[in-house]
Ligand binder design. Sequence first.
Ligand code: FAD
Length: 411
Amino acid sequence: MTADVLVIGCGPAALAIASGLCAEGLQVDALAAVEPTAPWPNTYGVWGCELEPGGLGHLLQHRWTNCVSYFGAQPVAHHHTYGLFDKARLQTHWLEGCEQGGLRWQRGLAGAIAHHGQGSCVTTTAGAEHSARLVIDASGHRPVFVQRPSLGPIAYQAAYGVVGRFSTAPVEPGQFVLMDFRSDHLSSLERQAQPPTFLYAMDLGDGVFFVEETSLALAPAFPPERLKRRLQQRLAFRGVAIEAIEAEEDCLFPMNLPLPDLRQRVVGFGGAASMVHPASGYLVGSLLRRAPTVAKAIATALNVPGCGADQVAQAAWSAVWPAGLVRKHALYQFGLEKLMRFSEPQLRQFFAAFFDLPQHQWYGFLANTLTVPELTLAMLRLFAQAPNPVRGGLINPQGRELELLWRVLSR
Ligand SMILES: Cc1cc2nc3c(=O)[nH]c(=O)nc-3n(C[C@H](O)[C@H](O)[C@H](O)COP(=O)(O)OP(=O)(O)OC[C@H]3O[C@@H](n4cnc5c(N)ncnc54)[C@H](O)[C@@H]3O)c2cc1C
């Protein structure tokens, strides 16, 4: 039996949309290159509030109320809960939804696709064929089928992190540090000549901590070996030695991917659809929030008698990237381009001003829950209350910023 939808992948995006589609009563097939229950390699963080509307707080393994950042010598308290997902529980949550909806797992690596009047047929590299009325490509940041235009250099978030035991606590007990931009461990030459990085760190309990040196976004990416050295320098300067490494994380993913071509027959979801928040790098909270809406739009289109495959794909793309989100994406990309040019002092002042915004504004900005007018207002307010060096940087257009601004205005 031809499926209503074939989902490619078994990462967070694939499972989120597949379980959403199953909840709509659709016949869903999924093509997985690996065992769908195989543990995910990454650790996923999220603001606690993002899970409240769906009552999904139980999916967190760790939760911190003592959340701070350093943009100067003194910590700035965020007064918001931050959490780390229990990734096995998150995976099971979605897999159970798939199972209840009768999802049929297929194993293989998608290799080619052909479209016909009634839908599409995916052929695996082993030659197996899988047909569906709609194909959703959730194969990650380098999608197997989704096409996107090339619009200039891609900026990457890069990080090197260690889960382990330390001679002394690298952060205060019970604390989560979103961004520690202190750079007194670097020489003035290093500070001036190299792009800024920050520490993302947390107490995981039982004497175990996670510390990660992070480059927010850079094109080309900040070299991994230099991130590792920076982390070692930072820890050594604070008199902290690594005593035992339990796990290491090398993180690299694109931040400013252009939007895919929204007219194509294959529909993307997650990294494949450029859904990573261009200003923060977060995705999983929005998958949880948005998958049910996108699934509903797809089910509605599929249930319209005589609705052709192209129209179904159009309805799906419109749900993945509605006009408001398209415009916000352009705004975020413009903002990120600005940040990538900021010097370290400008960046610190910028973030200090950003987290001085009213909570609902900075939180809504990061969680991508503001409307376009609300987001514009938050950005204007930030401009108004930022110190002059930041304002100067924001006004002065450089590189492709004017092009990006035009994209905001023309959306
Ligand atoms: C180290 C790291 C840390 C991150 N931390 C966070 C975080 O804290 N919070 C957050 O919200 N986001 C975070 N992100 C960003 C984002 O959430 C992740 O990149 C996320 O994994 C993207 O999910 P995805 O399902 O779109 O892609 P992926 O997780 O990359 O999954 C892609 C899936 O497609 C499959 N696949 C690929 N090609 C094929 C093919 N040809 N045929 C069949 N299957 C295929 C793969 O096997 C995999 O199952 C992080 C990213 C990284 C790299």
